[in-house]
Design a protein around this ligand. Structure first.
Ligand code: F0G
Length: 351
């Protein structure tokens, strides 16, 4: 056995690299595919969680960022920029450090989780809180990358999706074939597009016998692909997917239609329920947006659109530690005790 080298080296032959591409990596990828016992019981499906919160900066964005920053380095870039609901900026900031680049990030003011803000800052990014939403930030980042010497590393950069497609390679490599169904949250719609690219590539080359049906889930207050029109003022507690005009909209529709899947919405209440269930029944602490995949699976099974007996993978996209406020809300506060065994035992209900 040898150490995992990161997605660029592990899947080099399937990525657009040259011999001269400097590999900027934090050894991302290689994340566990955890059997979800309780959710499997509830749904009658065989459910696995692709736990992307275990990437170096705590989200799936690292798979795309290793590619985007490596290619930017190959092209001689000194600075990169991104718009973000938090995870992309955390990842870009970390990989920019590895590459010796400066990193500028534009985030919607007051609408990103504290942990993500901390990550961008501790890695030394130049951070602007924009008085607007994510869609405004992306438009601004695009403009700046055209008019100034700074490379855009949002998922409109094609290298991002190339890197992110490695997650589906890992799923097939772990299961021996593609699952029947793949569920994931949808925000800017890059990740569902990237997974579909990876699955179809493996199917075409005969590594897998088929590709799964792709099911994407948006928050009901930020569900433009479901309603068919941009949402000017997207609203949801799942700030990571608070997006009203996704950049990869048509790619996502293509993944949905080609695969025979669906893109639906789940309410904030459903997201919160799945978030709590993942933590309390599976032992997996994810961020709110990530729980949309599981909330969506439960909804589709109840509606009969996903049948019992299916093998299902749910991507849980980001680590719960990024946004502990939601874990603390609704939790009972810890009891204080003196250094005394009997009092501690009584407080714990052991005595
Ligand atoms: N889950 C998490 C935790 C995310 O951070 C994102 C997107 C998504 C799901 C949705 O993925 O955009 O590819 O459809 N976060 C971006 C960001 C927008 O800026 O970090 P998507």
């Amino acid at each position: 056995a040898r150490a995992w080298r990161g997605v660029v080296e592990e899947y080099r032959d399937r990525l657009p690299l040259t011999a001269n591409t400097p590999v900027v990596t934090l050894c991302e990828g290689g994340t566990p595919l955890v059997p979800a016992t309780r959710i499997s019981e509830l749904t009658g499906c065989e459910v696995f969680l692709k736990v992307e919160g275990l990437n170096p900066t705590g989200s799936f964005k690292d798979r795309g960022m290793t590619m985007a920053i490596s290619k930017a380095a190959e092209e001689g870039a000194k600075a990169v920029i991104c718009a973000s609901t938090g995870n992309t900026s955390a990842s870009a900031a970390a990989y920019a450090v590895r590459a010796g680049m400066t990193c500028a990030v534009l985030v919607p003011q007051g609408k990103i989780a504290m942990g993500k803000l901390a990550q961008a800052l501790v890695h030394g990014a130049k951070l602007l809180q924009v008085e607007g939403n994510f869609d405004d930030c992306l438009e601004l980042a695009r403009k700046l990358s055209i008019d100034y010497p700074v490379g855009l590393v949002n998922s409109v950069n094609p290298y991002r999706l190339q890197g992110q497609k490695t997650a589906s390679f890992e799923v097939v490599d772990a299961l021996g074939d593609a699952p029947d169904v793949h569920c994931l949250p949808v925000g800017n719609a890059g990740n569902i597009s990237a997974y579909w690219m990876g699955y179809t590539e493996y199917a075409k080359d005969g590594v897998a016998t088929r590709a799964p049906r792709m099911f994407g889930f948006q928050a009901s207050g930020a569900a433009p692909i479901v309603s068919g029109e941009p949402v000017p003022q997207p609203r949801t507690i799942a700030t990571a997917i608070r997006i009203g005009n996704p950049a990869s909209w048509t790619h996502a529709e293509h993944a949905r239609d080609e695969s025979g899947g669906g893109i639906s919405s789940v309410t904030d209440r459903q997201i919160l329920g799945a978030y709590r269930m993942l933590a309390s029944q599976e032992g997996v602490f994810v961020e709110l947006a990530s729980a949309a995949s599981v909330a969506g699976l439960l909804q589709e099974v109840a509606a009969g659109r996903i049948e019992r007996g299916q093998r299902v993978v749910c991507t849980v996209t980001g680590n719960g530690l990024k946004d502990p406020d939601w874990a603390l809300a609704g939790a009972s506060s810890a009891t204080s005790v003196p250094v005394d065994a009997h009092t501690a035992a009584t407080a714990l209900g052991l005595a």
